[in-house]
Write a protein that binds this ligand. Sequence first.
Ligand code: SF4
Ligand code: SF4
Length: 367
Amino acid sequence: MSETTSSLAPADLQALADDIKTWGRELGFQQVGITDTDLEHHERYLERWLAAGHHGEMSFMAKHGTKRTRPAELVPGTLRVISARMDYLPPEVETTKTLGQPQIAYVSRYALGRDYHKLIRKRLAQLAKQIEQRVGAFGYRAFVDSAPVMERALAQKAGLGWFGKNSMLLNPQAGSLFFIGELYTDLPLPVDEPFASEHCGKCDACQVACPTGAIVDDKVVDSRRCISYLTIELHGAIPEQYRRAMGNRVYGCDDCQLVCPFTRFTRLSREDDFAPRHDLDRASLLRLFSWSEEEFLSNTEGSAIRRIGYPRWLRNLAVGLGNAPPSEAVRAALRARLAYPSDLVREHVRWALAEQAQKQAALIAAE
Ligand code: SF4
Ligand code: SF4
């Protein structure tokens, strides 16, 4: 802690905390809260989740030990966490309607535009700069879904929402379609009340709607079944038992949020960065599958999608095409990829062709 900050009187710290929230809103965050670093309860939950193997191939979830649940072990000197949330759903973007159009690709609505990490980190840095102008040099680090940080747990403690049964953070006025970022800081700011009440009640809409049964318990998602994990995190083959359930979801999945009654309170984002690029909110599976590797790299430049790489992009789209209504155009596009130099892609293309053939045969038999 710097000399300047250690000498701030409690009243100054309270005024600073109030200003941080105002500055945060001026910078485009919808809500900002402050919490301490005690995540003991969440540490036990994480241990149980990891012990059950629910993290699948995401070894990074286990590899940082207690740094994830003890912020001061990750950033020495951290006393408080400033947690901020930003809505992301762009206007005029369909959600469930697109899911119901099996020839259209469904991309998770958070990934339609530019990579959110940069924008949110930049805004957090601006917030830190404003604090610095007030108190002088102080210790901080900004995070956005990029380090071993318990983002949702910290946000819940900072009063931003509760953990829904789908394990997402839910806010009664905004649903769950928002990003969370945080500033770890050595400022001894007054903390906010945690969001203590839970409003799910008897609702189980998310558990019922999950296409793969991935919500295995209250607030417990088994990533190995989750379409978000299967399409984004998993490097190898998508287990066959989940391929049909993926439908047209080719990058992420929003079902457990879209059915949530609190999603009707979603506030639309006016951030240009989150607006869909290359019609990713409405493009056909065939069109995206026709992208060359060069087109994929150029069209996903600055987008979170780029990180999965071209072979996994084709893998996901092949599954979507296997699930699409039978058509010669789909089969021709798939056949054109049968020689693609990746076992992973070829295997999914063969599966998709078999699905298409089966549906075509059923169609002919029904005539
Ligand atoms: S993201 Fe999709 S697959 Fe994963 S838990 Fe939610 S509904 Fe299920
Ligand atoms: S769908 Fe129902 S149970 Fe699931 S998170 Fe929303 S309110 Fe909670």
